[in-house]
Design a protein around this ligand. Sequence first.
Ligand code: SF4
Length: 331
Amino acid sequence: MLLAAPRGYCAGVDRAVVAVEQALEHYGAPVYVRKEIVHNRHVVDTLAARGAVFVEETDEVPEGARVVFSAHGVSPAVRAAAQARDLRTIDATCPLVTKVHKEAVRFARADLDVLLIGHPGHEEVEGTQGEAPDHVQVVASPDAVADVVVRDESKVVWISQTTLSVDETMETVRRLRERFPLLQDPPSDDICYATQNRQVAVKKLAPDCDVVITVGSANSSNSVRLVEVALEAGARASYRVDAASQVDPAWLVGARTVGVTSGASVPEVLVDEVLALLAAHGFGDVEEVRTATEDLMFSLPRELRADLRAAGGDDPRPRPEGRREIPVAPA
Ligand code: SF4
């Protein structure tokens, strides 16, 4: 059995989940959360059991109450709606999503047409597009490039959702550049380090696997990409499960090597349960396939940390030697 590393929680998910946990502990329940804090059913259910109340929009939050914005980010319209209801907000937007928001704003101010490669309807894409809806259009796939219409072909730039397939995104960019040779690039990768690292690891183990199992929820973009990447990289079969109970023993019949990975919003306990199930089916010999080491940690949202400190507390997360904590600038 081959186990991908890195896998599971990224720095942005860790920060967002701990932010809700700490808000519950510090302010007491209920703490409202707009949308799923991260795209994982187990995480959402666990926080809900502790008193988090998940809502779709801020108008479901009582006036003056406290609301956490999810790791996927929000548009300025959502911030304004929260302000209009006098909500006390804790912004758990991943800093790497905020970075893409800032790019969208900067390019729109320069009056460029901004081509946002991403999945229409995904919360992150809605948030980023909402920064400059008059300038940003979403490009869903390489095939969608044919439908792109811009005002001035010499003033076009691309940016992307953080959790896409690296290879498919590069194909979309290649086709965009074919159509718009003066297409500008963003200053650095928008697909985040965690998404890229998990794809590299699964690409390395997939060719040796009869079956690759990705632990992650159906609405988790980076998890669904891992399923596709495993298949493209040579796995004979590739499946996604929310939990061990969804592993079909029929998948394992005749398999000699099984690979396992997990998306960036998946707690390790869910992977452990899949490993235990695989062990019970004769795949108990685990070899880790590591392609990178991650040591990143993002500071808790400023407003929460200030309240924790004022009460004599602080961010409770351990900081092993060598772990890099990145302070987060306001969105
Ligand atoms: S997957 Fe990437 S962008 Fe999304 S929360 Fe994690 S680090 Fe941030």
